[in-house]
Design a protein around this ligand. Structure first.
Ligand code: ZN
Length: 280
């Protein structure tokens, strides 16, 4: 199932897509939030799709695409989770998952303009597979239990300001990760039954020129291991967003210029759609 949210910032309408048609989910739920995931919302939507009685959303084609999830309680991110990206960052591949946090208010629509932060001259892109938690995950017994706790997968851009992250941070990265609009998410969420999350291509472009081109098969720690491992340290809650790390080909490598006003960043994971941000 392909779920999302359409409409102006702060007034998005939950929808489910069938082909190109967006069905209005307001008869089922007010939002794609923790209450939706924990109350069996996806099963209700599936049944309503089968019976064919969900209304279409008028004017859906012309609407802004919002993030496909309500504001999460937490955005937990994994660093250095692709060996070649760790190398270009000057770090060895980690022996344990490395995490940092982004503030939930960084989550925005996939095609919203992003403001280059004041004083920034090292704003950087990071295409990533995002995992949305659907059931509480705390002290899971094994990685086999992880996917049962996943509501779905999304495309994300883990935007980063490298000076803030690495030179003004005191050693903890979140200062360079939490600028307004720094987590474009979407265009839609796909439920785990419809996606082989272990072999997804991830690509990014800046002004039409290729930057990143890799596969989730190259992760140091896969999704199942990450959810299980993190659950030993923190309680993942329904609606939380987990960013699973980025492959090589970012500005930090020194091979490409950083982002400036007027640049256009595009990202894609086949099955999870495409993003296009203009930097202002
Ligand atoms: Zn990242």
């Amino acid at each position: 199932m392909r779920l999302g949210r359409l409409g102006p910032i702060g007034a998005e309408v939950p929808v489910v897509w069938q082909g190109d048609e967006a069905h209005d989910l307001r008869e089922v739920t007010t939002d794609l939030d923790a209450a939706f995931w924990t109350s069996g919302g996806p099963d209700v939507v599936r049944r309503r799709l089968e019976t064919g009685d969900l209304p279409l959303l008028d004017g859906a084609e012309g609407m802004r695409i919002g993030a496909p999830i309500a504001r999460p309680g937490a955005v937990v991110c994994v660093g250095l989770n692709y060996a070649a990206h760790a190398a270009e960052s000057g770090a060895p591949p980690p022996k344990q998952p490395v995490i940092f946090l982004k503030t939930p208010n960084t989550v925005g629509g996939p095609n919203d303009d992003v403001r280059i932060p004041p004083r920034s001259n090292k704003t950087d892109w990071e295409v990533e597979l995002g995992v949305v938690i659907g059931r509480p995950a705390s002290y899971l017994g094994s990685p086999d239990e992880s996917i049962g706790c996943v509501a779905g997968f999304v495309l994300t851009n883990d935007l980063s300001e490298r000076t803030f992250q690495l030179e003004e941070s005191g050693g903890q990265w979140s200062k360079g990760k939490c600028c307004p609009g720094f987590t474009p998410t979407g265009p839609w969420l796909v439920t785990p039954d419809e996606l082989d999350h272990g072999s997804l291509a991830l690509r990014s472009w800046v002004n039409g020129e290729p930057r990143q081109d890799s596969s989730t098969a190259d992760m140091v720690f896969g999704v199942e291991h990450l959810v299980w491992n993190l659950s030993q340290y923190l309680a993942l809650e329904p609606g939380d967003l987990l960013l699973t790390g980025t492959p090589e080909g970012v500005g930090l490598s020194g091979r490409f210029p950083y982002l400036h006003a007027g640049d256009v960043c595009e990202l894609e994971i086949p099955g999870l759609g495409r993003q296009r941000q203009t930097f202002v």
